[in-house]
Design a protein around this ligand. Structure first.
Ligand code: GDP
Ligand code: MG
Length: 363
């Protein structure tokens, strides 16, 4: 079997990884390449996988653990997309609260899989608002230990992608790029907009041609890392709603806006909240992304009496409180109007990271 290019695109929650996967896959496919994608989460029922597969992309999901703590599961996913999609290129999105990927993924991949896979440089996306705070010594609106993870992700990257440049004025972007280069001197910096596609071609050119990958190894305090993950409550839920004829676009917007209001009232920082509302073949996808709780919606689900709703929320509070807020907000919107069937509902606090491999030297 031919070798497959493997691109890891990491970065904190809401940085734009899934949007980049989608956009990059479109471009690579236009060049006649076969592309497979791998998503990752601490629990099943992922909005990201759903979104990508609705776009007819070949997606495998590693859920229940991050790639580094389930290296074999990650390799199984790679084998699956290599086999089923005959992928020339695989782009994988590690879970947004994960760091130390050079030691736990890049080095073992180089050591054990360098015949089957051509490992691309480790790319890490950053939301410019959060990054702007981090480069000024701040915590990007996050708990200090969560901000520690954010910083470590950037520190170990081969390539930093400052994303969402469509939201920034040119002079602000230039200043941010300069400060980032000073703080993270070993990374090559690209500025992109995963949403508009700007800069993606140049990044793809670099990751598909450059041979050196995983050039940094972190010193990582696993107590701080574990705490940074544990301060986030995690909820993945899927429900079917059946009842009144409903404008699902309005429903998704109202649901997200109400959630955002609840979290703001209590001053709980949002990692991200995502929903996808499916009405047959039509869907609307919505997001709230910290630090400014920006609400965005994409696509349209139209009107009907029935829809399926998937919710993924990562918010700085206990999983029990998160569950309570999401449930209550949903019940307020649906009570007396719909029959709600819960298909899946999990809330949890990520456990202490315990990587399968952790290399202490570069391969
Ligand atoms: N304005 C803007 N928004 C973006 C861009 N990339 C991603 N987003 C938005 O940021 C939110 C989180 O994106 P997503 O790809 O799900 O992030 P992930 O959590 O890193 O996978 C979504 O609302 C996206 O539409 C971008 O380049 N510009
Ligand atoms: Mg994602």
């Amino acid at each position: 079997m031919k070798t497959t290019k493997l691109i890891l695109a990491g970065g904190f929650l809401g940085a734009g990884k899934t949007t980049l996967l989608w956009e990059a896959a479109q471009r690579l496919m236009k060049q006649g390449l076969r592309v497979g994608l791998i998503t990752n989460d601490q629990a099943p029922e992922l909005v990201d996988s759903k979104l990508l597969s609705l776009a007819n992309l070949k997606v495998a999901e590693v859920s229940g653990s991050c790639f580094c703590c389930n290296f074999d599961g990650f390799m199984d996913a790679i084998k699956k997309v290599r086999r089923e999609a005959e992928a020339d290129v695989i782009i994988a999105e590690p879970v947004g609260s994960c760091a130390d990927l050079s030691a736990t993924l890049m080095q073992p991949l180089k050591q054990y899989w360098n015949r089957e896979l051509q490992i691309a440089p480790l790319s890490v996306l950053a939301d410019p608002l959060r990054l702007d705070s981090i480069v000024d010594g701040g915590n990007a609106g996050l708990h200090p230990d969560a901000a520690y993870i954010f910083r470590k992700q950037l520190e170990e990257s081969d390539i930093i992608l400052i994303n969402k440049t469509d939201l920034l004025q040119a002079d602000k972007l230039e200043a941010l790029k300069k400060k980032t280069a000073v703080l993270f001197p070993s990374a090559t910096i690209f500025t992109i907009s995963a949403l508009t596609g700007s800069g993606i071609e140049q990044w793809l050119q670099e990751v598909t041609s450059r041979r050196e990958a995983g050039l940094q190894l972190l010193e990582m305090d696993y107590d701080m890392y574990a705490n940074g993950e544990a301060v986030l409550g995690w909820l993945n839920g899927t429900v079917c709603l059946n009842g009144e004829n409903t404008d699902w676009d309005l429903f998704a917007r109202t649901f997200l806006a109400n959630l955002s209001e609840e979290f703001e009232k209590k001053a709980y920082a949002v990692g991200h909240v995502k929903v996808i509302c499916e009405n047959g073949k039509k869907f609307i996808a919505g997001n709230i992304t910290g630090p400014a709780n920006m609400l965005t919606l994409r696509n349209t689900a139209g009107k009907s009496g029935e829809a399926k709703l998937i919710i993924n929320a990562r918010v700085e509070t206990s999983p029990e409180i998160l569950d309570h807020i999401v449930r209550q907000t949903l019940t307020r919107l649906t009570a007396d109007k719909y029959l709600m069937e819960v298909i899946a509902w999990r809330y949890l606090q990520p456990g202490r990271p315990d990587p399968t491999h952790r290399f202490t030297q570069l391969v």
